[in-house]
Design a binder for this molecule. Structure first.
Ligand code: GLC
Length: 491
């Protein structure tokens, strides 16, 4: 049988461009699907860092001019193969030759409007890759199904291509003024309705994707249910209820060869599920020393590796931080984000110099030393579409303490003191003291119940978070979508 061709279209994909978990997911899932017999390629903007790092390997395929309202703009198309994965890179220096992936929000709307139009215009030529499925990711690519309806299908072009939109985070929707989007996208009036791409009078890329895509996925089964509720739906819950027939939650995996304490070159001591106790102890001493914490084997060391944004439950943490650090545990926070969180965490670390370190940077190698050295991993998210860090933590034998939401709920089974089962600890409500008590309880189990703790670590390290199973689910979804007639919008 002919290989199914899939084009992932995304603003991020490892190893070329990553700002958050979406980059990990796109970059890891594509190669796994390729191993399973698909031909999956990835379309990305040509950001400055890619141009600099891979300049010798970039292969120029061609260029053309892309229409954007009253302008036509240069678009170069390049090909790059990294570890056997094929990438198509879209070049326009004004839009993408910047150090950062994301810039100012208004400009981002224009940059990703260009990107979406450029990819569709390039499929035939110069890419010469006609996919069966376009697999889209978040708002940055959410308009593509609608662009197909507006500019290609009426002329019999790209007629048989199916579209799948994966929602990594519903909070960011790509919203901008009507005139501007009509201009950038050459969007005819018939789409500028509340049944089409408008939400409360303004164009919304994520909404457009949900309405016009053939299928919509989210990155965990629980999040797929939650976003149909007012609290989690970010204003789109009713739309998602109406479109529930084409909404599926598929749990993310992690790259288990990349995150592997047995082979990880940047951690102090390598270890496996059979000999983790000495290995982790060395890693703990090393990270305590590196970050200037009091070196103590018995003090439970809690870690957070996270973007510092409100989604991640930092308000809960800050509310009880001084109570938590009452002398019986230590805390490391690694990440960057909203300035007020950075300042508050820095101030807290200054108040508790022996017990807390605030590392306000994005440092991949330090993050692994933290995953390996910590005992507990705290993730009190207000919402969490999937979350990868709790899975990475478990892989390194670090026990998660999470709020029961989204993917956290789907990956962390709370410890049961009667049966000894479970791979972590969890709490239900958005309540700082509930978080504090369960974290203290976890610390108590660590300190006073060594056998229970060992069982927890073993269970956590034995979890299978590889992509293989989820990739099979995506594969069946692709077949299902291809076997069905195109979606007719319900909005
Ligand atoms: C977003 C979500 C996170 C998810 C990731 C990858 O960053 O916030 O929960 O794991 O996307 O899908």
């Amino acid at each position: 049988m002919r290989k199914r061709k899939v084009l992932f279209i995304s603003s991020e994909a490892v190893p070329l461009a990553k700002a958050g978990g979406m980059g990990d997911v796109v970059g890891a899932l594509a190669p796994v699907l390729n191993q399973k017999g698909f031909d999956v390629r990835i379309a990305l903007p040509l950001y400055q860092s890619i141009r600099n790092e891979y300049s010798d390997d970039l292969q120029f395929l061609g260029w053309h001019m892309v229409r954007m309202g009253w302008r036509t703009l240069y678009c170069g198309v390049l090909k790059l193969v990294v570890n056997d994965q094929i990438f198509y890179l879209f070049d326009n220096e004004t839009y993408f030759n910047h150090e950062q992936i994301y810039l100012d929000y208004t400009f981002d709307i224009e940059r990703y409007s260009f990107f979406q139009r450029a990819v569709l215009e390039s499929l035939d030529h110069p890419m010469d890759f006609m996919p069966d499925i376009l697999h889209l990711n978040d708002w940055q690519t959410g308009m593509i199904p609608c662009l197909l309806e507006a500019h290609y299908r009426p002329y019999g072009r790209l007629d048989s291509i199916k579209t799948i939109l994966t929602i990594h985070n519903l909070k960011y929707q790509g919203i901008h003024g009507r005139e501007r989007i009509a201009d950038l996208m050459d969007m005819p009036d018939r789409f500028m309705t509340e049944e089409g791409i408008l939400r409360d009078g303004v164009p919304n890329f994520m909404k457009a994707g949900i309405v016009y895509a053939d299928h919509v996925t989210t990155v965990s089964p629980s999040y797929a249910e939650e976003i149909k509720l007012d609290f989690y739906g970010e204003g789109l819950h009713e739309l998602l209820q109406r479109n529930a027939y084409k909404l599926t939650g598929i749990l993310n995996g992690i790259d288990i060869t990349q995150y592997d304490p047995e082979t990880d070159p940047v951690i102090t001591d390598r270890y496996s599920v059979d000999d983790w106790q000495t290995g982790k102890a060395h890693c703990k001493t090393a990270v305590q020393t590196e970050l200037g914490l009091h070196v103590s084997a018995r003090t439970p060391l809690i870690a957070m590796v996270t973007r510092l944004v409100d989604q991640k439950g930092l308000d809960l943490l800050l509310h009880v931080l001084d109570d938590l650090l009452d002398g019986s545990c230590q805390l490391i926070v690694l990440g960057t984000g909203q300035p007020h969180y950075e300042q508050a965490l820095k101030a807290a670390a200054q108040r508790h110099p022996d017990a807390m370190a605030a590392c306000l940077t994005f440092d991949e190698s330090l993050s692994r030393r933290i995953y390996a050295g910590a005992d507990l991993f705290l993730m009190p998210s207000i919402f969490e579409p999937c979350g990868l860090s709790q899975m990475i933590a478990m892989r390194y034998g670090t026990i998660p303490v999470v709020r029961e939401t989204g993917g956290l709920r789907d990956t962390v089974n709370p410890y049961n003191q009667y049966t000894g089962s479970g791979n972590g600890f969890s709490f239900k409500n958005i309540n700082a003291h509930e978080m504090l008590f369960i974290t203290r309880y976890a610390c108590d189990v660590y300190r006073h119940m060594p056998q229970a703790w060992q069982a927890l670590v073993r269970t956590a390290m034995n979890q299978n978070f590889s992509w293989s199973r989820s990739a099979d689910t995506y594969a069946s979804l692709y077949e299902m979508v291809l076997s069905q007639p195109s979606n007719r919008p319900i909005s």
